[in-house]
Design a protein around this ligand. Structure first.
Ligand SMILES: Nc1ncnc2c1ncn2[C@@H]1O[C@H](COP(=O)(O)OP(=O)(O)OP(=O)(O)O)[C@@H](O)[C@H]1O
Length: 437
């Protein structure tokens, strides 16, 4: 570094770290030379971990997977590439990336990626329709158990009264679906339905609520997981709600745990709780109302058959037993994802058999059943149909990594050591498996 560069380096460093976008630059050998604070926040990595290593080594990317490397190889910029992924803290992040090759005196010297975190914007969206393109209504909600029947009848009352509603339940229990059903069956159903996402919102979004919502009337605002907002943002949201209460406006909120406990822990503002508490609806976790599992499976398969003409119609008794014994920590969402995964791989089968369940699920439900999945599953058996090599390798890797993690009490450092790889590499692979699911 010459004298000029030395003097200005702290200025460059300061500016790069204060930038509101993530910046990641690599030199021509793929080594990281800039990795700013915003990028760390987005990707959940520390600079020390990125260090002087090439990103290939760090993440063990396939060459095609890294935009930075692709740009380095092709010398062509790639603009507006949207990516959604879970960083290693398990947070879902959506970014828009621009990646540029950098030339100096006609020679390619590296590449720079600029990432804009648009998670909050992406999530603050008008939600007129759900993923299945039909407006959610109570009739789509599976409610065979007494617990769910009570939930539905209370929610129907809430739809009529227009009073604020608080939905309490673990992740994946259907709070979102119920909130939207309340909207669609209320007198507000002709107005828009907005979702405000607690886990990715900031003060700007609350200001935008003020600007955007005060123009429309009537509307429903669903504040999802308010317990994930900081207390100061909860205060800001509370002031907005208090000032916006008018006829024709329905406010619904959800929280992930018992409100009394959340208030005691200091993660839920008492005033905000009281604002919503007039109709508090508690949704029991799926493990305590297993009666709803099989009706959900049947309804899912029937919907899929009707929509895509798929051949799957049911599950074997063995799979039924596994489903009924498993605890479903991710509730209906976990069951739905599992069925999505199985159905997308099915071809002509009409019944879901135990062998069709993905390995990660069979491993989790292993201890619950006699038919556990063992390493022998990876031995080629003449009576079984061969699976494509890439799927076999993926499943074998998943089996091996999860087993290794289990042996080392889920400790990343110890497992990585035992497997002879870096922590980052192991974390990257686990994250990739999770995203792949
Ligand atoms: N009783 C049910 N009947 C039919 N589908 C359901 C039911 N419960 C949940 N689902 C489906 O499961 C998935 C997850 O539900 P939803 O997003 O409403 O959960 P949530 O409680 O809002 O989760 P989070 O707290 O993580 O936002 C959705 O696709 C939803 O349609």
């Amino acid at each position: 570094m010459n004298k000029n560069e030395k003097t200005f380096f702290p200025l460059f460093e300061f500016a790069v770290n204060r930038a509101g976008v993530g910046i990641h630059a690599i030199d021509r050998n793929g080594r990281t030379v800039i990795y700013n604070d915003k990028m760390k926040a987005i990707e959940g990595l520390e600079l020390e971990e990125v260090g002087d290593r090439s990103i290939l080594e760090l993440f063990n990317f396939d060459q095609e997977e890294s935009t930075l490397l692709k740009v380095l190889q092709s010398g062509q910029e790639q603009l507006n590439v949207k990516q959604t992924y879970w960083n290693r803290k398990g947070t879902e992040i959506t970014t828009i990336n621009d990646t540029y090759p950098v030339f100096h005196e006609g020679e390619l010297i590296g590449a720079v990626e600029i990432a804009r975190d648009i998670t909050a914007l992406e999530k603050f969206v008008l939600h007129p329709l759900r993923k299945n393109s039909e407006p959610a209504t109570f009739s789509q909600i599976i409610a065979t158990s007494d617990e769910m029947k009570t939930v539905i009848s209370t929610a129907r009352k809430a739809a009529v009264t227009n009073l604020p509603v608080l939905l309490v339940g673990e992740s994946g229990t259907g709070k979102d679906l119920i909130a939207e059903s309340i909207h669609n069956e209320s007198t507000n159903s002709n107005g828009p339905y907005y979702t405000f996402f607690g886990h990715q919102s900031d003060a700007t979004i609350i200001d935008r609520l003020d600007e955007d919502l005060n123009m429309s009337k009537p509307f429903t605002l669903f504040c999802e997981r308010i317990d994930l907002l900081s207390i100061s943002l909860q205060q800001k949201l509370f002031s907005f709600l208090k000032d916006s209460e008018r006829h024709g406006r329905q406010f619904i909120a959800s929280i992930g745990d018992d409100p009394v406990e959340l208030i005691a822990k200091g993660t839920l503002l008492k005033e905000l709780y009281y604002f919503f508490a007039s109709f508090t609806i508690r949704i029991t976790p799926l493990r305590k109302r297993k009666m709803d599992i099989l009706p959900f499976v049947n309804s899912y398969l029937a919907r899929r058959k009707e929509r895509y003409g798929t051949s799957l119609e049911g599950i074997t008794t063995e799979v039924e037993q596994v489903f009924l014994q498993y605890d479903w920590p991710g509730n209906m969402r976990e069951l739905e994802f599992l069925l999505d995964e199985v159905s997308s791989l099915a071809t002509m089968e009409s019944v879901i058999t135990y062998d069709m369940l993905p390995l990660h699920f069979r491993l989790k439900s292993d201890s619950l059943t006699e038919t556990s999945t063992q390493a022998t599953d990876f031995i080629v058996q003449p009576e079984k149909e061969l699976m494509p090599l890439d799927r076999y390798l993926k499943e074998a890797e998943e089996y091996y990594l999860l087993k290794a993690m289990k042996i080392h009490d889920e400790n990343i450092t110890k497992t990585a050591q035992a497997l002879g790889m870096s922590r980052q590499n192991l974390q990257y692979r686990l994250r990739k498996l999770k995203n792949g699911r």
